[in-house]
Design a protein around this ligand. Sequence first.
Ligand SMILES: C[S@@+](CC[C@H](N)C(=O)[O-])C[C@H]1O[C@@H](n2cnc3c(N)ncnc32)[C@H](O)[C@@H]1O
Length: 381
Amino acid sequence: MVSVLFKFLATTIKGMEDIAAREIEELGGCNIELKSERVFFQGSAKLIYRINIRSRCIHKLMLILDHGKAMSLDEVYHLAKSIEYSEVIGLHQTFAVRTTRVGKHNYTSIDVSATVGQAIVDYFNEVKGARPRVNLKNPDVEISVYIKDDEVTIGVNTTGESLHRRNYRVYDHPAAIKTTLASCMVRFSGWHGEEFLDPMCGGGTIAIEAALMARKFPPGFFRKDLAFTKLLFYDSEIYKDELEKALEEVDRSCFKICGFDLSPKYVNGAMMNASSAGVDDTISFFVQDATREDAYKTVNAKHIVVNPPYGIRQYRLRILKDLYTRFLKALSCSLSGSTLVLITGAPRIFEEALTCINCKIIEIRGVKHGNLPAKVYKIMM
Ligand SMILES: C[S@@+](CC[C@H](N)C(=O)[O-])C[C@H]1O[C@@H](n2cnc3c(N)ncnc32)[C@H](O)[C@@H]1O
């Protein structure tokens, strides 16, 4: 039997598109095409369930209804009007249109949402003689529009709120990294379950994501609000089946995963988060100073993934350079030969600090950490 191939768009971290694409491919996506912050691909309808349940690297999965070029709002309207909405929105359901716009346009995202909303209303009035209601707060169906320059993608948001909201965080660190970015960094490090360390772990996100990954625990399990469950074609049997399959693959073995932080309060918060994520039995958190060689005497990590402080407001430049230099020196003495993946929004300061040690830079990539530009380094210590 030939299964129908649907077109999808997954949004992800800018700079980590290839990592997200590899994950999508492993989950069954094909004909993959990378664009900034987006991965286009094709696959069966089951991917809606599977990716939302299992993905660690993507934010939202959109089932594409149409994709084309449009410069003006008029052209956006015509593209939107040509879609058969009755297959995705029931007359009894409510809908909302949300737009993400990247590039320069002489209209706003709100204008685009209103235009596409009007096209949907006009379509239903013409074809069905009636129309579904709009509910901007809590719609049954969210039509997503993604505009990058003159490229317009219109689809159905199958995820709802971004998948980076894993729902296991019970303690909020003030500078927590996005779970999806943490997962992309762990993958980028090439880690496959060997001893692992985040020496400035804050609320523990990187270590927790690593533990969930090693155990193959599906992050979607924590989500009770995935948007596809409200869509017309939702099949609860397929959802149950995909969730069961994912849970059957969970590996309860223990991995050596470790996190340090200078602050007892953050270490305590990290422990609470790990317990809430069900991985506290495979992560050890310690109050330690990552700039001291003796912090590493009982660890033999082959992979170190870290998000050190870089907020210029929090740490004055000189203090930051000193922190990075002392940290790198301690690491290169204690864990030489290991792979370090580090994110910083202060790359110049970090690169100056790097000149103080002998190491090999394997790759540097620009990423977006929230709205801040940052760089991720992969280094052989
Ligand atoms: C950007 S935060 C990490 C946030 C973390 N990735 C999360 O998601 O919650 C940086 C952390 O480094 C810690 N830190 C700063 N200097 C340190 C040192 N010398 N040793 C260990 N931790 C340190 C801070 O206490 C802070 O929690």
